[in-house]
Design a protein around this ligand. Structure first.
Ligand code: C2O
Ligand code: CU
Length: 415
């Protein structure tokens, strides 16, 4: 059994040398500590809340028992001064993360997030591994976290102009020439999409939300909507190369627009020997469902005007939708329909799904996901199998302001 202590408290977050902002942190830091776990090994996290507001922790992407999911639907909030013990055994290797599921649009932005890495027996051998958590931060004129709210933030989700990797603004990463590194990347932003590029250099995708994919896929960019993860192999590079770790322009149909923006830089130092061994086959992922199977549920996400609130974010026409139960062992094929004119990252709690098709087209490769981007006016068909973990679960848009505004659904998994 692996035991971890986590304490949430107010901290001074040093985003660059000499510049700090009043923030929240786990164990005094942003991101919180990387929690290292092994697939199949029990994990116990003793969590103490030293904030002045209630909170809970959600283990994003992990197939935990319903009671450990960290939502208010399954546990009482952890009040200031209280301790709650989370216990579960992570079944799958992969790159996961943890964050509050109570007032999360403020608590996450203020710095409450961290990586949870689950290792399997059969990982590719690389020269070095890094966990890189991307985030952005909106500061006011005093250099403190800007006030929350407003129509633009409600519509777009909150984006900020300070771009961070592992809690530091535009850091420099240094790697040795000739080596291959595995980067486990998490987008912890409230709303921002990271269209990741390494100065145009090719890199290899080896994993997504639910662990390794079947074989490495070489690309020059990958889109990470809010809450998404990807594992990539980076290198080998030549000594002296310098690359921007950047997010390319991506229009998710918001009121605010952005061009290419840098999150950090990569500098390549002197050559070192490499012992990296990357198999051409990483694992096999059998298809859950044929692509022509009829869906057994439709989840419609929409945005509409509201007299009282300005804008409503809805699922099947309802804020905080109560969806039908799901039977353990019964294959779920859902058409997730985005009726709106903007993108939304759809997140399913507690279970991985496969993307069967997007507007009728199969994805480029098969993978296990818990977040998928829904382009404007699109239909994404997903398939997932509810294993025997009955209880209360949910799905939602992971733009935190949209989730808060009601773009989410509750459902029970029943035996
Ligand atoms: Cu990271 Cu309810 O999610
Ligand atoms: Cu959304």
């Amino acid at each position: 059994m692996k035991r971890v202590e986590l304490v949430a408290s107010e901290i001074a977050w040093e985003i660059r040398d000499g510049q700090t902002v009043g923030a929240y942190g786990y164990n005094g830091q942003v991101p919180g500590p990387v929690i290292e776990a092994k697939a199949g090994e029990p994990l116990e996290v003793r969590f103490t809340n030293r904030l002045s507001e209630p909170t809970t922790i959600h283990w994003h992407g992990l197939r935990v028992p319903a009671a450990m999911d960290g939502t208010k639907a399954v546990q009482p909030v952890v009040e200031p001064g209280q301790t709650f013990v989370y216990r579960f055994t992570p079944p799958d290797a992969g790159t996961f993360w943890y964050h509050p599921h109570t007032n999360e649009s403020e608590q996450l932005e203020k710095g409450l997030y961290g990586a949870l890495i689950v290792r399997g027996d059969d990982e590719p051998i690389v020269d070095r591994e890094r966990v890189l958590v991307f985030d952005d931060l909106k500061l006011d004129k005093r250099g403190e976290i800007a006030a929350f709210g407003g129509l633009k933030q409600r519509h777009d989700g909150r984006e900020g102009d300070v771009r961070l990797i592992n809690g530091r603004a535009e850091p420099e990463l240094v790697m040795a020439a000739g080596q291959v590194e595995r980067w486990r990347i998490i987008n912890a932003s409230s709303a921002r999409y990271v269209r990741l590029s390494l100065g145009g250099a090719p890199f290899r995708i080896i994993g997504t939300d639910g662990g390794l994919i079947e074989k490495p896929v070489t690309v020059t960019e990958v889109l990470l909507p809010a809450a998404d993860r990807v594992d990539i192999l980076v290198g080998p590079f030549q000594e002296g190369e310098g690359l921007d770790v950047e997010s390319l322009k991506y229009d998710r149909m918001t009121m605010g627009r952005r061009g290419n923006e840098r999150f950090g830089t990569l500098r390549v130092g002197p050559r070192e020997a490499s012992r990296a061994v990357v198999p051409s086959r990483l694992r096999s992922i059998p298809a859950l469902s044929p692509s022509d199977v009829a869906p057994n549920r439709v989840v419609k996400m929409s945005v509409g005007p509201s007299l009282r609130r300005g804008l409503d974010f809805l699922v099947n026409g309802e804020r905080h939708h109560h969806d039908r139960p799901v039977q353990v062992g019964e294959l779920q094929v859902w058409d997730v329909v985005n009726k709106s004119l903007m993108d939304h990252p759809f997140h399913l709690h507690g279970f991985f799904f496969q993307v069967v098709s997007v507007n009728g087209e199969p994805p480029g490769f098969r993978s296990w996901e818990d977040v998928v981007n829904l382009p404007p006016r699109s239909t994404t068909r997903i398939a997932w199998l509810p294993d025997d973990r009955p209880g209360s679960w949910m799905y939602h848009c992971h733009i935190l302001e949209h989730h808060e505004a009601g773009m989410m659904g509750h459902f029970d998994v029943v035996r």
